[in-house]
Design a protein around this ligand. Structure first.
Ligand code: FE2
Length: 342
C-alpha cells in the first residue's frame, strides 16, 4: 500500500489507524477514522498539547475521529483536561433543548432523555442560530446493552436525497423549512417534547415568552383554554453547502421532527412545512420517510468502549442515540471554532 500524507501525520502523532467491525466506507474513506496509540507512544494529553492543529485537521478531513485505547483517559476529569487543552472557543449551549448536567469544566452529561427513547439523527443545535463547530463525546461507562451513538456523514444523506428524490431535494434547498410545534403550559413528562413554554423560553409570563419568540423570529398562537402555545419558526436552511468542501449537507432537524415530535398536542406529519409555509406533499413525506430508512440502514453504530473519545465535525456529520439498558455514562463537550480563539 502506498503511504499518504495522512499516514505521515499519524506517525508524527504516535498513532495508527485501525479498523473497527462497525466501520463503513463513504466516498472511499473509512468512517469513522479510528486511531489508537502506537505502543504507548502517545496520550490524549500529548495529542491535545502538542498536536492540536493536526488532530483538528484529521477531524475535518474525516468528518469524525474515534480515539480508542488511550488508557489514561478514564474519568470525566481526564476528558475535561483533553477537551479544554484543545484550546477551542467557548460555546454557550443556552439554545439547546436537551437536558444536561455540567460534570467538569467544559463537560456535560449527554442528553438525559429516558433510556427507552431513541434520539433521532441531528446536527447538534441545527435549530439554533449559533451552533457548535465541534462536538466531543467520551464514554466513561458503556451501557449494559445497546446505547451506541450512531453517526453518519451528512453529505451522504444529502446525496441520497438528491439522487432518489430530486424534486423534494430542490424544494428543501430553495425554500428551507419551518418547524411547527405546540408547547404545553405545564411540563408533560409523557412526551419527548413535553418541555413547557415557560422553561423553553425562560419566561414566567406570556409577555416574556412573546419577547423571546419575537427575538427568534418565531410566530405564535395562544391556545385556549389550555394555555398551550403553537409556534412556527422562521424559515431555516435544510440543505447547506459546506464552504470548504463545496459538498451539500443535510443540515436540519427535519427527521427528528418528522419522526419524533409526537404527543397529544403534536402530529409529526405536520411538524415540518416548507419555508414559504406550504405543507409537505405526499411525495415529500415519502422522501423523508425514505431518508429516515436510509439513516437507519447506512449509519455506523459502534459499540462504545470505556475511554473512547469521539470527535465530530458538527458541520459534516450527524449523530443520534440508541435506546439503552442502564447504567451508561457518555459525556459531551461542545466547542466553537478555533478561529475564534486568539
Ligand atoms: Fe446531540
Amino acid at each position: 500500500m502506498t503511504s499518504t500524507p495522512q499516514d505521515a501525520t499519524l506517525t508524527a502523532l504516535g498513532v495508527e489507524a485501525i479498523s473497527i467491525p462497525e466501520e463503513r466506507y463513504f466516498n472511499g474513506q473509512p468512517f469513522p477514522l479510528t486511531l489508537r496509540p502506537i505502543s504507548g507512544a502517545s496520550s490524549l494529553a500529548d495529542l491535545a498539547t502538542n498536536h492540536r492543529d493536526e488532530l483538528l485537521q484529521l477531524v475535518e478531513a474525516n468528518d469524525c475521529l474515534l480515539l480508542r485505547g488511550f488508557g489514561a483517559a478514564e474519568s470525566a476529569i481526564d476528558f475535561s483536561r483533553f477537551a479544554t487543552t484543545m484550546r477551542l472557543g467557548d460555546f454557550d449551549a443556552g439554545c439547546s433543548a436537551a437536558p444536561r448536567t455540567n460534570v467538569a469544566p467544559g463537560v456535560f452529561t449527554a442528553n438525559e432523555a429516558p433510556p427507552t427513547e431513541p434520539i433521532p439523527f441531528h446536527h447538534e443545535m441545527a435549530q439554533c442560530d449559533d451552533r457548535p463547530d465541534y462536538l466531543f463525546f467520551f464514554c466513561e461507562r458503556p451501557a449494559a446493552a445497546k446505547g451506541a451513538t450512531p453517526i453518519i456523514p451528512s453529505h451522504a444523506v444529502a446525496a441520497y436525497l438528491k439522487e432518489a428524490f430530486p424534486a423534494t431535494s430542490d424544494k428543501l434547498r430553495r425554500l428551507g423549512v419551518r418547524y411547527v410545534r405546540t408547547l404545553p403550559r405545564e411540563a408533560d413528562p409523557s412526551s419527548p417534547i413535553g418541555k413547557p413554554w415557560t422553561e423553553s423560553f425562560n419566561a414566567t409570563t406570556r409577555a416574556e415568552a412573546e419577547a423571546a419568540m419575537r427575538a427568534a423570529g418565531t410566530e405564535w398562537t395562544w391556545l385556549e383554554p389550555s394555555g398551550d402555545v403553537r409556534t412556527v419558526t422562521k424559515p431555516m436552511a435544510a440543505l447547506v453547502t459546506h464552504e470548504a468542501t463545496g459538498r451539500e449537507m443535510f443540515f436540519n432537524s427535519i427527521v427528528a421532527a418528522f419522526t419524533g415530535w409526537v404527543d397529544v398536542r403534536n402530529d409529526p406529519a405536520k411538524s415540518v412545512v416548507f419555508g414559504d409555509g406550504s405543507p409537505l406533499e405526499e411525495s415529500d413525506r415519502e422522501a423523508l420517510e425514505a431518508v429516515s430508512r436510509f439513516l437507519d440502514e447506512s449509519r455506523v453504530a459502534f459499540a462504545w468502549e470505556a475511554g473512547d473519545v469521539l470527535m465530530i465535525d458538527n458541520h459534516k456529520a450527524m449523530h443520534s442515540r440508541e435506546p439503552f439498558t442502564a447504567p451508561r455514562r457518555v459525556l459531551a463537550s461542545l466547542w466553537a471554532d478555533r478561529k475564534s480563539v486568539v
